[in-house]
Design a protein around this ligand. Structure first.
Ligand code: DGT
Ligand code: CA
Length: 628
């Protein structure tokens, strides 16, 4: 359990900005864009709504103030028309244009767009040709084989839609951690203001910081449980009360997320927190350990016979069991209890250990903020350096940078660094790995960056071997320092692609290439399990927030959760090095490229040969091409 004040601070920092109507207006603009997309309206108009929606969501200023001071035009993408619409929603809670537009298509049609592989055109075709109005209609049509042969739809596309439906349903069962944190905050923050409560903490998988969470468990210490229950079930976030008892209630929030709240007396708070944090397997083993010591442990207390020994805090209970305190992230029965008994637990990395974020985007590519704004935001978080790793030239949809823009960007960074005495901005890039494992800039250009993060953003449907080969080829490039979001998973829309991790880890270890834990709320990739395996194989790791705006830099906290669940210590992460140490670690790679075939005995000798050749050639060329 965290001290409530710091919890409030941490959780609030994960939220995006302020303003009373901001989220709602952003949602309405997004819905308008989706309806216009389905109706195949003008794509510039669609983009304008999407852009305004994104900027409103990430707004760091107070929307009410902007309206009052007539400064809505300060929001990028908001012109006269959209400013008028924002004001109308802020004043009336509604938008006439949206209400009319909604009537022009069946409401369930919008839901179809949430299914991976169903784009706006397909949704419109499905409606026009088969009268499919919602997800249930689509499921039935697939079951009855109505889609095949329709308007040129290929068998493979039907299969993709079928898979997309499965993924969509799976995504509904569990939510990503960031959404769970946000949903829990909407309940915990007002409850923490009650004068009749003591401690308050999340429990369950949310407290263990699992990457996906089924429901929200909240535990409260109070000797006035009925007052707490009345307050909890009466909160504005409640859509439906599922059960209301004397000490436990369960509700659904507006997004149909289940939130359970339990109230316990002070003397049981620690015992209850331990029990309801779980995991279940951890609880079972802990109980067995206690029994071996002649003790009983349950959600009320740890006791000897009928004698209450402790229960107020988890720390008291661990002490009686003669073991070290176990951070919630470790409680999965993966060997942590045995180490706690020997007092040999790892010293888990903490947010305070993080000194840099090496995967950030600026408005040079598809980010919302300038390099300077990102730097100031990083410094405010206590970092000593950051890397601005914008997209590379072929990723046009994300504003990938051509060579001329790279020069400008480098100049901006150099100028900025001159004025920053206690902080350094590194010149980075998130470089595309193409379908063959080649990189998106010539070697001479890559050499000019301080840091290179390589990533796959296309060709996800290749075989496991091919995808592994692409990543290994990127590792073999002497200028690549980090492989970003290695498995490509996107919660709710794309499963992780298959990789031969053993080979990838070996390549990373031998080429000194770090693997990233991507903190984006929909990615969290690597996951905790692969991350722990990578560390065991001697791979260096790094957390990147992948923030595209200053508000999202806090996604680092999600990445730290993954790292902690993977048992990582500060020494395992590039983020915890000083800038000098980091640059030294990076130089090590450049001067230590393994021999051809050394990295991967059964794999890709030809590819390896080729990249070595390219490297030699580019070294000669690099003098002319270097973007310095
Ligand atoms: P979730 O909800 O699937 O994301 O995962 P949890 O871990 O939050 O699971 P949940 O909500 O069913 O239960 C919360 C905690 O309560 C769980 O982590 C451990 C404890 N718990 C639940 N059922 C049992 C049980 O049958 N035996 C024991 N020993 N503990 C249990
Ligand atoms: Ca739970």
């Amino acid at each position: 359990m965290k001290n409530l004040k710091s919890r409030k601070h941490n959780q609030a920092s994960l939220k995006n900005g302020k303003g009373p109507d901001r989220e709602r207006i952003s949602e309405i603009f997004n819905s308008i864009a989706r309806i216009l997309e389905i109706k195949q309206d003008n794509r510039f108009r669609i983009r304008a709504y999407q852009r305004a929606a994104g900027n409103l969501r990430d707004l760091s200023q107070d929307l009410g103030t902007l309206i009052k001071e007539d400064r809505l035009f300060d929001i990028p993408g908001v012109g006269r028309d959209l400013a008028g619409k924002i004001k109308e929603i802020a004043a009336t809670g509604k938008l006439k244009y949206y209400e009319e537009l909604k009537k022009s298509i069946p409401s369930g049609l919008l839901d179809l767009l949430n299914i991976p592989s169903v784009g706006p055109k397909t949704a419109w075709d499905l409606y026009q040709k088969l009268k499919i109005k919602n997800i249930q209609d689509l499921e039935q049509a697939i079951e009855n084989d109505k889609l095949s042969g329709l308007f040129g739809i290929k068998e493979k596309t039907v299969e993709n839609i079928r898979q997309g439906l499965l993924l969509f349903k799976k995504g509904k069962e569990r939510m990503p951690l960031a959404l769970a944190i946000q949903a829990a905050d909407e309940f915990m923050l007002p409850l923490s203001e009650l004068d009749c409560i003591g401690n308050i903490s999340p429990a369950g998988s949310l407290r263990r910081r699992k990457d996906t969470v089924r429901d929200i468990d909240i535990l409260i210490e109070s000797n006035k449980p009925s007052r707490v229950m009345d307050s909890f079930t009466g909160l504005p976030g409640v859509k439906k009360i599922q059960a209301k008892g004397k000490t436990k209630s369960s509700v659904l929030n507006k997004q149909d997320i289940q939130v359970d709240c339990r109230v316990v007396p002070a003397k049981s708070f620690g015992a209850a927190l331990l029990y309801f944090t779980g995991s279940k397997n951890f609880n079972i083993k802990l109980r067995r350990l206690a029994m071996r010591m002649g003790l009983k442990i349950n959600e009320y207390a740890i006791s000897s016979g009928n004698k209450y020994l402790a229960g107020r805090s988890e720390k008291d209970i661990f002490k009686i069991l003669k073991m070290s305190y176990l951070a919630p992230e470790l409680r999965e029965d993966n060997g942590e209890l045995e180490l706690a008994l020997k007092h040999e637990l790892p010293k888990l990395v903490d947010l305070r250990d993080i000194r840099s974020d090496l995967h950030l985007h600026s408005n040079f590519s598809d980010g919302e903020n300038s390099i300077e704004e990102m730097a100031r935001s990083g410094r405010a978080r206590g970092y000593t350096h950051i890397a601005i790793s914008d997209h590379s030239q072929s990723l046009k949809v994300a504003g990938g940078l051509g060579l001329a823009e790279l020069k400008k960007k480098k100049a901006v960074i150099e100028r900025l660094n001159k004025g920053l005495h206690d902080f350094r901005v590194l010149f980075g890039s998130e470089v595309e790995i193409d379908s063959e494992g080649n990189l998106d800039y010539p070697q001479g250009v890559l050499e000019g960056f301080d840091i290179v993060v390589a990533a796959i953003h296309s060709g996800f449907r290749q075989s496991k071997e091919k995808l592994t080969e692409r990543l290994i080829r990127a590792c073999l490039n002497p200028h690549v320092h980090i492989i970003a979001h290695p498995t490509g998973r996107l919660w709710g829309s794309r499963e992780a692609y298959q990789l031969d991790f053993k080979r990838l880890f070996k390549a990373c270890r031998e080429t000194n290439t770090a693997l990233e834990i991507n903190g984006d709320s929909l990615r969290l990739d690597l996951n905790d399990i692969n991350c722990r395996r990578a560390r065991a194989e001697g791979v260096r790791l790094v957390i990147g927030s992948d923030a595209h705006s200053t508000d999202r830099i806090s996604q680092m906290e999600l990445g730290v959760s993954v790292a902690r669940r993977a048992w990582l210590e500060a020494k395992d992460l590039l983020n915890c090095l000083s800038v000098e140490e980091l640059l030294r670690a990076i130089r090590k790679k450049k001067s230590n490229i393994p021999a051809v075939g050394e990295v991967s005995s059964q794999a890709i000798p030809t590819a390896t040969e080729k990249i070595k050749d390219e490297y030699q050639i580019s070294k000669i060329k690099s003098k002319n091409q270097r973007c310095k």
